[in-house]
Ligand binder design. Sequence first.
Ligand SMILES: Cc1ncc(COP(=O)(O)O)c(C=O)c1O
Length: 363
Amino acid sequence: MASAQSTTAYPAGQSSTPSGHNTASMVDLRSDTVTQPSQAMREAMASAAVGDDVFGDDPTVNRLEETLAEILGKEAAIFLTSGTQSNFAALLAHCARGEEILTGREFHVFGYEARGASVLGGIALTPLPVSADGGLEPADITTAVQPDDPHFPISKLLSLENTVTGRAVPLARQEAAAKAGRDAGLAIHLDGARFFNAAVALGVSPTELAASADSISICLSKGLGAPAGSVLCGPRSLIDKARRWRKMLGGGMRQAGVFAAAGLHALEHHRAGLADDHARAAKLRDALAAMPGLSVDTSPGQTNMVHVALETSEPDRIVQNLASDGLKLLGGARMRLVVHRDLGDADIDRTIDAFKSALSNAA
Ligand SMILES: Cc1ncc(COP(=O)(O)O)c(C=O)c1O
């Protein structure tokens, strides 16, 4: 385990919970977006060389864009404010009004971005079933592509995702889906909000994992631990179009190098730590799977998320006990625990103990 990751300290002498833990600090398992910039990251931000990025003058933004384009083996890149804005700019750059995007029903682009491409872009979003491993079935893609007929939208883009709710979609599955799309004349976008989690878990290089997509959106503010920002990578002509959309979407920032410096720091210093998050998530997953009253998804390919269902008569009481034992959680009887760089071994142990205690108190 990398020692760079922090563990939460529990100051002595404060009130303790039913399982004897201190509630002064919480174990925040809601998302990897809760990560705080480290001191070294803050220093990199403070000393960043900056300029007006709308004029293309910010050397740190330019360096971040060049760095990620190179890591992914793409021609160009653009820094955007968020994953949603990055996906949105990509979809708008790929498609025109009256065209159609095929994507997964449970993917973020379809389910959690308010259907922005349809609402603001006049682009149809058509959802396909997502398989248990997070992939789309090539046959579903081929069948969904519309014939050239004025009754239908013009199928234009296949939007994939990796990881999918914490599952690293195997390289061959991603490639097979992309090939089905390409064979039908579609361009390919990849929502890689947690792309590096996928690459690390699959043991493939970022270039290899990126090769089947034309455009890829990467989030810096999830497991990588930067405070904000996403980068869209792809062919220069597409990135030029996305730059115009970014301006229209109000995402043209000025001295954005302060944020880009955090992203560069994360790429350089935090990528390796994703493997530690996965190892800690695996430890938590295994421990919870062994507890009666919990149904835990132990299927292969998982990265930093643990999916747990409470199968007890009083799930609300257990959720309450977990909260009073210092866990910050999202969801009720079904929850997703997200492990990230601000959680150390002690936090995982504390989480396991809290579940043990909550379950035994409810029994
Ligand atoms: C898979 C996926 N894509 C895109 C996003 C959007 O990122 P943001 O919250 O930065 O808009 C998220 C956010 O959680 C995500 O999980």
